[in-house]
Design a protein around this ligand. Structure first.
Ligand code: SAH
Ligand code: SF4
Ligand code: F3S
Length: 440
């Protein structure tokens, strides 16, 4: 039996694609390899969102060169966003790569594996095809009680810094009935938590015309067995009152919002092409908090966008102070070839950007620690997810509002909902004690 090994970089969409690829390979008789060195086929699922993401893949490809020297029969394939961006250049630069599959082309894997005779190199990455659903019974999910479910592919927004729309194509929503069938099937298999995915999950249905994310949440909420529903990423411009109302009134829908702000300065937001001002964004947060008092918010911030000045940075700092996000993913701006911002003047030295980055990071540390402290003494429902790799007596899991909690418990409780009393705040997590198992 040939063995496969997949390495995944990038966003949740990529994690979901890797689960599909694993399923496709197992359907062909491949088995997973514990160790990369023992695999017959190694696949890299790649990300292009920042230069750093691509550098990691280049580093890994360097490592793989040695493996290929030792074992000429080893197959190495690249898929995901870098495959779409670089196409044959990947094989020119890394001749030990056997095939390159651009966005959504991994469904062709069975044909390609059949046609590869050890010499032939295959590059399938010209036009971005319309994404095809993979039979959901085939998908090899990472875990038995939680599932990622992409509901909309691609992006129409073309923020000026971002390469995603060029690599994933235009928005395409999946058929709602097919999604419901998938969730029903997953529930019958013991899945209790589903996360609906999209680059802009709240654009769901715009291209179909008669359904939106709120409708889909209501339908999924009806499915017995499903206890928690999450969704991400939301675009601040597309969050409707109807969606807020549905989240507020459907207890299985977790009140956690991933709402990338990107910058606190209106001048920069305009240059990014985000389609909202900071005060509009803040009003949205306030509206959600008014309807859903326990709502939590995570966000993405780009530091040092071309032309950003000290006062723009200060506006972003003020935004973090005002809104007090639960999680902030900070990234220094990375120039992406082919995007409009790549042509903007970018006179700010890297050292300044790094100082801004560090300042925001320190600020967020304080904010999150204070927030964590305020949770001590509370009782929260946590879905036990995995053993703490640093302490085998502990499990970790997440609260409804996506806080990470560690607590002592037996492995058998993984996949169960537990009532946990929060006893201690740490910087990036909470510690708690299990009170009892709960039947939701
Ligand atoms: N569709 C989502 C996520 C897209 S990529 C959204 O609209 O937010 C995830 C994050 O990567 C973005 O939110 C952005 O903060 C960051 N990002 C995208 N392009 C970037 C770039 N060129 N440099 C730095 N960060 C970038
Ligand atoms: Fe990129 Fe903007 Fe689309 Fe998000 S909304 S994927 S940041 S272009
Ligand atoms: Fe990266 Fe592509 Fe996702 S660029 S963030 S893997 S959509």
């Amino acid at each position: 039996m040939p063995k496969y090994y997949i390495i995944t970089y990038g966003c949740q969409m990529n994690k979901s694609d890797s689960e599909k690829v694993a399923g496709i390979l197992e359907n062909l008789g491949y088995t997973p390899s514990e160790k990369m060195e023992e695999a017959d086929i190694i696949l890299l699922n790649t990300c292009s969102v920042r230069e750093r993401a691509e550098e990691k893949v280049f580093g890994k490809l360097g490592e793989l060169r040695k493996l290929k020297k030792r074992n000429q029969n080893l197959l190495i394939g690249i898929f995901g966003c870098m495959a779409q961006r670089m196409k044959e250049e990947l094989i020119e630069k890394f001749p030990h790569v056997d095939f390159v599959l651009g966005s959504y082309k991994f469904t062709e894997l069975p044909k390609i594996l059949e046609s590869l005779d050890g010499k032939k190199k295959v590059v399938l990455a010209e036009d971005i095809p319309s994404p095809q659903d993979v039979d959901f019974r085939v998908i090899k999910r990472e875990n038995k009680f939680q599932a990622w479910i992409p509901i909309i592919y691609g992006c129409n927004n073309f923020c000026t810094y971002c390469i995603v729309p060029y690599l994933r194509g235009r928005e395409k929503s999946r058929d709602p009935e097919e999604i419901i069938r998938e969730v029903e099937y997953l529930a019958s298999q013991g899945v209790v938590e589903v996360t609906l995915l999209g680059q802009n999950v709240d654009s769901y249905g715009k291209d179909l015309g008669n359904v939106d994310l709120a409708d889909l949440l209501v339908e999924i909420h009806r499915i017995p067995g499903i206890k928690r529903i999450r969704f991400l990423t939301s675009h601040p411009r597309d969050v409707s009152d109807k969606l807020i109302r549905v989240v507020a009134t459907h207890p299985k829908v977790c009140p956690h919002w991933h709402l990338p702000l990107q910058a606190g300065s209106d001048r920069i937001l305009r240059r990014m092409g985000r389609g909202y001002t900071y005060s509009e964004y803040k009003a949205l947060i306030e509206k959600i908090r008014a309807e859903i008092p326990k709502a939590s918010f995570s966000t993405d911030i780009i530091v040092g966008f071309p032309g950003e000045e000290e006062e723009d940075f200060l506006a972003t700092r003020r935004a973090l102070e005002e809104i007090k996000f639960d999680t902030v993913n900070l990234a220094i701006y990375s120039k992406r070839p082919g995007t409009p911002a790549a042509n903007y003047e970018d006179p700010i030295p890297y050292e300044t950007k790094k100082r801004w980055f560090d300042e925001l990071e320190n600020l967020q540390r304080k904010i999150i620690y204070e927030k964590n402290l305020s949770m001590v003494g509370k009782e929260e429902i946590v879905l036990a997810e995995e053993v703490n790799p640093k302490n085998p007596r502990e499990l970790s899991g997440r609260t409804e509002n996506y806080r990470l909690v560690f607590f002592e418990a037996e492995k058998e409780l993984i996949g169960k909902f537990l009532l946990v009393k929060i006893t201690e705040a740490r910087l990036w997590s909470l510690k708690g004690e299990v009170i009892r198992e709960v039947d939701l």
